[in-house]
Design a protein around this ligand. Structure first.
Ligand code: VGL
Ligand code: ZN
Length: 196
């Protein structure tokens, strides 16, 4: 039985140069190795009529997300730069929707919602609407990084009422602390995510 059908969306999280290319500014260990596995998932999803969506971390040059502006991360995925582009080996159809998060300096990791750093207000991205428009019921998540955007996106999807599966082979973790990726997978399972 395939995991994909017309009620399923494959959400590929942040498979961008700064995370997936070894020379990216926030290169995720093993990030490039997931690209062919994501491509296999994309092929399988497309053959079964599933929707395929890519998210992109998309920051301005200054944002409280960056260490230089008071946050924790090196500058990465600045909108319009090489680092923010999808990895060139990621075989995503040109007409597949891309959801960009952080465009106006919002913070947060989920593909579904962002937080205004000044007011703390949460606001949705267009991802949920895209899925609801075509009556998606199940979400399959892969991409980068396990311990940040994959985790936040998968757990939000559960909270929004979707059946959620994470492709454990087609994700990779930053692992700021050793074991963060494994702990993130355990938290996702705890929240109701199925691992495949
Ligand atoms: C991410 C750290 C900072 C991610 C984004 O895509 O997982 N991680 N910004
Ligand atoms: Zn980021």
């Amino acid at each position: 039985m395939t995991r994909y059908d017309e009620r399923t969306a494959l959400v590929v999280v942040d498979l961008q140069n700064d995370f997936a290319d070894p020379s990216g500014s926030l290169a995720v260990p093993g990030g490039e190795a997931v690209v062919p596995l994501v491509n296999a998932a994309v092929r399988e999803a497309a053959e079964s009529g599933a929707m395929i969506v890519a998210t992109q971390d998309w920051h301005p040059e200054s944002t409280p997300h960056f260490a230089k502006d008071g946050g924790v991360w090196p500058v990465h995925c600045v909108g319009g730069t090489w680092g923010a582009e999808l990895h060139p080996a990621f075989a995503l159809r040109a007409d597949a929707p891309r959801v960009r998060k952080g465009t106006n300096g919002e913070d947060g990791y989920s593909g579904f919602r962002m937080r205004d750093p000044e007011t703390g207000r949460e606001m949705p991205t267009e991802l949920e609407d895209l899925l609801r428009e075509v009556d998606i019921e199940r979400v399959v998540v892969c991409g980068l990084a396990t311990d940040y955007c994959v985790k936040a996106t998968a757990i939000d999807a559960v909270q929004l009422g979707f059946d959620v599966m994470v492709l454990a082979e087609a994700v990779a973790a930053v692992n700021l602390e050793p074991g963060d990726g494994d702990r993130a997978l355990a938290e996702m399972v705890e929240a109701g995510v199925e691992l495949a």
